[in-house]
Design a protein around this ligand. Sequence first.
Ligand code: FE
Ligand code: ZN
Ligand code: FE
Ligand code: FE
Length: 197
Amino acid sequence: MPVNTVQDLFVEELRDIYHAEKQLLKALPRMSKAAANGELKQAIDSHLEETRGQVERLEQVFEMLDLGKRSKRCEAMEGLIEEARSMMEEVKAPEVLDVGLIVGGQKIEHYEIAGYGSLVALANQLGHAEVAGLLQETLEEEKAADQKLNDIALSAVNPQAGSGAEMDEEMEEGDEEAGASKSKSSRSSGSRRSKAA
Ligand code: FE
Ligand code: ZN
Ligand code: FE
Ligand code: FE
């Protein structure tokens, strides 16, 4: 479809993220299955449930705008999922695999946060206030999912995993530093919840 107006662009972006969410319905169960940490597995499973609701919300948006629920291939999400898939093949140690799943999961959530952030702004500018409200709900869920992964990374992940190293005092200090910089980098990623926490 030719894209001439901002409204056209908005619709194309809705179709893109609709395709991205539908890909995640297939990818998240594989990521959950690969997770060893119970909290991580549960976080992925509960975000899968949320993702089903996000797909429905987008279908509701298409209806409100009198559009068919057609999707547009999202190559970015295909790429993020493909990277996660090849990581899952390469990494053998379960604790290291969990770290890889958190990294891959956060890349996915950040892509969605960028997408929904733009969609909310465009919906408001185009005068679709009710649609903006629905998209905002999804945006909040994506931010919370990102924050949850971050919390798990800080609480449950052992940075020495897979290295076979004994912990001594020096290494413990190193852990704290790694944890602090991880938490700082996520706070700068734009999650309001992380600032409130
Ligand atoms: Fe989503
Ligand atoms: Zn996309
Ligand atoms: Fe895309
Ligand atoms: Fe998500």
